[in-house]
Design a protein around this ligand. Structure first.
Ligand code: UDP
Length: 505
């Protein structure tokens, strides 16, 4: 078989949409750029999601799926809660802890591959949250590679903050973070509640302190980012880890990196569903009709990713600010905090008559729960993205040269926003977190600032376009002189995992 002649790679994503999507995209990059067979292993519900996104044609034939058991009851989780999306935030630590029980089935998978192929897999690529796998896979004779689905700067901040607890001292507003130079001081409001209030014995801290530290001992790190767009982040991360770090991003579908090739709506729907595995709340045609009816760079797209939602009062102020700005927008609406995440839309979340007025005047398009984000971001009419700054959203947005209005909420999002404001100059932060008070006037002011053609908005757009250019350069294939940095990084990864066999050891 191919796997016998070329080698096998096993991949272990954490069970969250924002991790499964880039893991599958990385599997496809490896399939595209190397001759290896990839086995993606995850729990049944997440496997179903991955299966629905794999193409039945030959493109994905070297990507195999393998089911790992989900031991929900061990951690008091109901059976259908295998993905962070199905859990309220305070139950997510249980999902993290349950991942450790995947160790034994992962070891069985590696042993099976070893006996079938006559040699162990070339490496196991594990989520940065699965530090438990590092020793286990090494014991079985294979290399352990960590994949951070975040960027270099944001990942480093996140790790360093978890590994240097606690951060509860109330008298300091600004402080430095180990691994960062003094000029990159952090602010307390950039700490998510779980980090701000962490003490080394709570469930979040116990998990991250152990697992992130173990991941620091792997043989190398993949990062879904681009060397040229965050040079500081990569420099700092490499100094901190003292390991090879391969920037192989942006892990977005290849058609998003080729502006010139028009894609038919039908194949776009297919490619979208293959990428995210979800059916959008409004048809793609409707979104494209809306975007086609507006000028280039004039529409604001608003989405807070796959997990997050805002508070009822924030939602109300955002709606008022949006309407009064008069700017066209597409807004992915979810039940605000305190309401059932799987519940129905309720008009009282928005100002009276808002929905009819903005849809009637074609100012706005409200999309329930899930939007065809890639297609919206790649449309010429999209002029800015009000985003929670989840890293996948950032990569998708910057690969299209679209500036960002940041509203970071959780995980490492505030550090992504910080970098995009301070180092890249293509983001303005509207606010932080779900506890902040925002008023409609501030929403209006920031939208005006970022959507304007000249001034600050124009400058941000120019910077975003230049970053888009760097991202596209990085993915260039060809001879050694033509290859972009992300393609070269994949070559280096291959040399590292083949190192022993090439040296004959
Ligand atoms: N996404 C989408 N439609 C939506 C919301 C999210 O297609 O309405 C996709 C988005 O394109 C991205 C992923 O879901 O690929 C969200 O990942 P991100 O890292 O931005 O945030 P997270 O969900 O992990 O907080």
């Amino acid at each position: 078989t191919q796997s016998q002649s070329h080698g096998h790679i096993v991949m272990l994503p954490f069970m969250a949409h924002g991790h499964l999507i880039p893991f599958l995209a990385l599997a496809r990059r490896i399939r595209h750029l190397t001759p290896f067979v990839v086995t993606l292993a995850t729990t049944p519900l997440n496997l179903r999601y991955l299966r629905s996104t794999l193409s039945p044609d030959n493109n994905d034939s070297r990507i195999h799926l393998y089911e790992l058991p989900f031991c929900s009851s061990d951690h008091g989780l109901p059976p259908d809660t295998e993905n962070t999306e199905n859990l309220p935030p305070d139950r997510i630590p249980a999902l993290f802890h349950s991942s450790v029980s995947l160790a034994a089935p992962v070891e069985r998978l590696i042993s099976d591959i070893t006996s079938k192929d006559g040699r162990p897999p070339l490496c196991v690529i594990s989520d940065v949250f699965f530090g438990w796998s590092v020793d286990a896979v090494r014991r079985l004779g294979t290399k352990s590679i960590t994949f951070t689905t975040g960027g270099a700067y944001g990942t480093l901040a996140y790790i360093s903050l978890w590994l240097h607890l606690p951060h509860r001292s109330t008298d300091v507003e600004e402080f430095s973070v180990p691994g960062f130079p003094e000029r990159c001081r952090f602010h307390r409001s950039q700490l998510h509640r779980f980090i701000r209030e962490a003490d080394p014995t709570d469930e979040w801290s116990k998990f991250f302190q152990v697992q992130l530290k173990l991941s620091l001992a792997s043989d190398g790190w993949f990062c879904n980012s681009v060397e040229e767009i965050e040079p500081l982040g990569f420099d700092l991360l490499r100094k901190y880890l003292k390991l090879p770090v391969w920037a192989i991003g942006p892990l977005v579908p290849s058609h998003m990196l080729q502006k010139s090739s028009p894609v038919s709506p039908k194949s776009r729907i297919n490619s979208l569903q293959k990428h995210t595995g979800k059916v959008p709340g409004v048809s793609l045609e409707k979104c494209l009709d809306f975007l086609n009816s507006h000028r280039p760079n004039s529409v604001l797209y608003i989405s807070f990713g796959s997990q997050n939602t805002i508070s009822p009062s924030q939602m109300m102020q955002l709606a008022i600010g949006l309407e009064s700005s008069g700017k066209p927008f597409i807004w992915v609406i979810r039940p605000p905090l305190g309401f059932n995440i799987k519940g129905e839309f309720r008009p009282e979340w928005l100002p009276p008559g808002f929905k009819d007025r903005v849809t009637g005047s074609k100012q706005g398009l409200l999309v329930w729960n899930w939007a065809p984000q890639l297609d919206i971001l790649s449309h010429d009419s999209t002029g800015a993205f009000l985003s929670h700054c989840g890293w996948n959203s950032v990569m998708e947005c910057l690969s299209q040269g679209v500036p960002i209005i940041g509203w970071p909420m959780a995980a490492e999002q505030a550090y992504n926003a910080k970098m995009m404001v301070e180092e890249m100059g293509l983001c303005v932060e509207l606010t932080r977190g779900v506890e902040s008070r925002i008023d409609a006037e501030e929403v209006n002011r920031v939208i005006e600032l970022v959507m304007e053609e000249e001034g600050k908005g124009g400058e941000m757009r120019k910077r975003a376009k230049s970053v888009m250019g760097q991202m596209r350069e990085a993915m260039k294939e060809g001879g050694d002189d033509e290859k972009g940095s992300s393609v070269k990084a994949m070559d280096e990864f291959v040399r590292t995992i083949l190192g022993d066999s090439m040296n004959g050891s």
